[in-house]
Design a protein around this ligand. Structure first.
Ligand code: C2E
Ligand code: CA
Ligand code: CA
Ligand code: CA
Length: 282
């Protein structure tokens, strides 16, 4: 047993070393990625459940490293946050999204009320963020209402006057605020009455995956969240909608919007242009 124990420790050391090494590799590659142009932005449709109308898109960052292959944002975003690279990465995503949305708008491809949403890392929500966003949006010549911002619960819970000031400045500038991954982080809900959030994004872990009987309990949570949002005057986007039955159920429960593979996977700018063109013609 002792030998096995030592073996286990050695194995643990090895896997820890592997992880540290991977981190270093990924971080080094990420530093070069911006310069080399390996980062891209893809867009996932958001639809109005009642009508099926395309009303927006979430901008998501993609990274293909020639050395390491495709790396998921779940791996590189936390790394970028820890290493300080997140500011540059976010500037890139914002600039790219503004450029793409500007082009679609110029081409007359966007529905009147179309909104593109950007993910805002919690580490970026500090003095200067609102000014940076304002400068970039003004530079692109877009109305602020075209760009919405997805914040995390940790931001709203920070209870830091500097953080609150930035959130309020962003909203005052005309950006709608979404609360991302609602329900996954914390259970304190008092912040919802303290800061002005417009839309809850209900995390996909709340949407029952299967269909049919025996799922009453799963849907009970969704139902409760929808009631609460309604009482607070917030809209809801359900994430991770993969099946028509889920969309129909959500619609009947009064959920406004949906996002997920059922409506479309994230697509690059060209793919999303095709989608917009198809919708326009239909
Ligand atoms: P998120 O903000 O919750 O983004 C939604 C994630 O769910 C995306 O994963 C999307 O591809 C995935 N998804 C959408 N529909 C479905 C579906 O029907 N089924 C399933 N199984 N998954 C679906 P992705 O692109 O891998 O992004 C992961 C996370 O990385 C994002 O989660 C977000 O927190 C972060 N992220 C991505 N891009 C950026 C960025 O530019 N800046 C920041 N700060 N974070 C980003
Ligand atoms: Ca998001
Ligand atoms: Ca989310
Ligand atoms: Ca998520």
């Amino acid at each position: 047993a002792k030998a096995a124990g030592r073996g286990a420790i050695r194995h643990y050391d090895q896997s820890l070393r592997d992880r540290v090494e991977r981190r270093l590799q990924v971080e080094t590659a990420l530093r070069e990625a911006r310069r080399r142009g390996d980062l891209r932005v893809v867009y996932q449709p958001i639809v109005e459940l009642n009508t099926g109308r395309l009303i927006g898109a979430e901008a998501l960052c993609r990274w293909f490293s020639p050395a390491l292959g495709e790396i998921t944002p779940d791996e590189f975003i936390p790394l970028a946050e820890d290493s300080g690279l997140i500011t540059e990465l976010s500037r890139f995503v914002i600039a790219q999204t503004l450029a793409d949305v500007g082009r679609w708008r110029q081409a007359g491809l966007l529905p009147e009320d179309f909104v593109a949403t950007l993910n805002v890392s919690p580490v970026l929500v500090r003095p200067g963020l609102a000014d940076m966003v304002a400068e970039m949006v003004a530079g692109a010549g877009l109305p602020t209402s075209t760009i919405a911002l997805e914040l995390t619960e940790s931001v709203l819970l920070a209870d830091d006057p500097d953080v609150d000031t930035e959130v309020l400045k962003l909203r005052a500038a005309g950006h709608r605020l979404l609360l991302d991954d609602f329900g996954t982080g914390y259970s304190a809900l008092s912040y919802l009455t303290r800061l002005p959030v417009d839309v809850l994004k209900l995390d996909r872990s709340f949407i029952p995956s299967g269909v049919g009987a025996g799922e009453q309990d799963g849907w009970a949570v969704v139902t409760a969240v929808l009631r609460m949002a309604q009482a607070l005057g917030m809209q809801v986007v359900a994430e991770g909608v993969e099946h028509p039955e889920q969309a129909e159920r959500l619609r009947r429960l009064g959920c406004d919007r949906g996002q997920g593979w059922l409506f479309g996977r994230p697509a690059d700018a060209d793919g999303f242009t095709s989608l917009l063109t198809m919708v326009r013609r239909a």
